[in-house]
Ligand binder design. Structure first.
Ligand SMILES: NC(=O)c1ccc[n+]([C@@H]2O[C@H](COP(=O)([O-])OP(=O)(O)OC[C@H]3O[C@@H](n4cnc5c(N)ncnc54)[C@H](OP(=O)(O)O)[C@@H]3O)[C@@H](O)[C@H]2O)c1
Length: 337
C-alpha cells in the first residue's frame, strides 16, 4: 500500500479509505454485511495496509451498528495504527424513535453524538469528524464553535465536511477563519468518473483551499465495476448485488453519461490489464488539483482485494483524458445526470 498526507494535515493515510456504510445494514430481509463479514473485511483491510476507515453514527440498523462492529474489531488492535473517521447530522435512532434534538448540527446533538460514537468505537478520540450534511436550521458559528471545542479537548483531531453546496463550504471556511476556529480540512463529496461536472465548483473550492477530498461511492455503488448491463430501460446485475437490493440504484448511480464513461473505462482496463473497478479508483487517486483518497466499499474480501489492486495500476495522461472526455457526445453536448 502507498500512503500520503491527508490534505495539509500531518496524518498519513493509505491511498484508499474503506467505507463501512453497509455494515449491519438491513435491506429487506437481508443484513448486507453482518458482524462476521464486517470483521473479515476489516482483517482484509489490515492485510492490504488500508489504515483509513470511514463510518458514521447512523450506519447500520439500528444506527450505530457499523461503529460497534469496528469498535469490537479495534479492541484487539493498536488504535494508533488506524485513522478513524465518523460523522454527525442525520436523525439517530439508536435508542428508539429520534426526538427533536436527535439530528442536525446544534451544540446539544453534536455533544451527545460524539460521546455515543467514541463509546461504540471504544476509543477516546476520532482522527476525523465530518458533518454529514449542512444544517440550514443551526447557525454555522454554533456548529463550528462546538466542533472547535472537540478539537481543543482532544476528542477529535481534524474536521471534515461531507456533501454540501460550494457556497456552504466556502461560508464555513470563511467563518472559521474570521472566528479563529479549527476549519474543515477534509471533504467527502459524491464524486466518481461518471459524476464530476456536478461537483466541479465544490472541487474548485477544495483545490483552492487545499482541502483533502475523500470521494464517496467512487465505484458508483458498483456500477463502474462493469458488472451491470442494460436491457432496454432495465439495468441488470448479479443477484444479491446492490443494484438488485436497492430500488433507487438506477436513479442514483446510472446515467447515459455513466454508460459512456464505463465503456471507456472498460477499454482502458483492457489496455492496462486491470479491471474497470481498479481503473475507476486509479482515475480518482490520480487527481492533480487536490489530494484524493477514494472511500471504497466492498461486500466481499475478493472485491476488497481487487479494489486494493488499484494502487498498482498505472494510467497514462492520455488514458486519463479519454476517461475525462467520455462524458461528452461527439457534437460536444453534455449528457445530463
Ligand atoms: N458522506 C455520505 O453522504 C456518504 C454516502 C454514501 C457513502 N459514503 C461512504 O462511502 C463509502 C463507499 O460508498 P459505496 O459503498 O457506495 O461505494 P462504492 O465503492 O461505489 O460501492 C461499493 C459497492 O460496490 C460493489 N463492489 C465494490 N467493489 C467491487 C468489485 N471489485 N467488484 C464488484 N463489485 C464491487 C459492492 O456492492 P455489491 O456487492 O452489493 O454489488 C460494494 O458494496 C461508504 O461505505 C461510506 O463510508 C458516504
Amino acid at each position: 500500500m502507498e500512503y500520503h498526507s491527508l490534505g495539509r494535515t500531518g496524518t498519513q493515510v493509505s491511498k484508499l479509505c474503506f467505507g463501512t456504510w453497509r455494515f449491519g445494514k438491513q435491506s429487506g430481509d437481508t443484513v448486507e454485511t453482518d458482524r462476521e463479514e464486517a470483521h473479515e473485511l476489516l482483517d482484509a483491510c489490515e492485510e492490504h495496509g488500508i489504515n483509513f476507515i470511514d463510518t458514521a453514527n447512523v450506519y447500520g440498523n439500528p444506527n450505530g451498528t457499523s461503529e460497534e462492529y469496528i469498535g469490537e474489531w479495534l479492541d484487539d488492535r493498536d488504535r494508533e495504527d488506524f485513522v478513524i473517521a465518523s460523522k454527525v447530522y442525520f436523525p439517530f435512532d439508536g435508542w428508539g424513535e429520534p426526538g427533536p434534538n436527535d439530528s442536525g448540527l446544534g451544540r446539544k446533538h453534536i455533544r451527545a453524538q460524539i460521546e455515543g460514537t467514541l463509546d461504540r468505537l471504544g476509543t477516546d478520540y476520532l482522527d476525523l469528524y465530518y458533518i454529514h450534511r449542512f444544517d440550514e436550521e443551526t447557525p454555522i458559528e454554533e456548529t463550528l464553535d462546538t466542533l472547535n471545542t472537540l478539537v481543543q479537548k482532544g476528542k477529535v483531531n481534524y474536521l471534515g465536511a461531507s456533501t454540501m453546496a460550494a457556497w456552504q463550504l466556502t461560508k464555513a471556511l470563511w467563518k472559521s477563519e474570521v472566528e479563529g476556529l479549527a476549519r474543515f480540512d477534509v471533504t467527502q463529496p459524491l464524486f466518481h468518473a461518471a459524476y464530476r461536472d456536478d461537483v466541479a465548483e465544490y472541487l474548485d473550492v477544495c483545490a483552492d483551499q487545499e482541502l483533502a477530498v475523500c470521494p464517496y461511492s467512487p465505484l458508483a455503488g458498483g456500477f463502474l465495476t462493469g458488472k451491470y448491463e442494460r436491457e432496454g430501460e432495465e439495468v441488470i446485475g448479479p443477484e444479491g448485488a446492490r443494484g438488485d437490493l436497492d430500488e433507487q440504484f438506477s436513479e442514483y448511480y446510472v446515467s447515459e453519461r455513466g454508460w459512456q464513461v464505463l465503456e471507456e473505462i472498460r477499454t482502458v482496463a483492457d489496455e492496462v490489464e486491470a479491471t474497470p473497478a481498479q481503473v475507476s479508483l486509479r482515475w480518482l487517486m490520480d487527481q492533480e488539483a487536490f489530494s484524493c483518497t477514494p472511500i471504497v466499499g466492498a461486500r466481499t474480501t475478493d472485491q476488497l482485494t481487487e479494489n486494493a489492486g488499484a494502487v498498482e495500476v498505472n494510467l497514462s495522461n492520455e488514458q486519463r483524458e479519454r476517461i475525462d472526455e467520455a462524458r461528452y457526445e461527439e457534437g460536444g453536448r453534455r449528457f445530463g445526470h
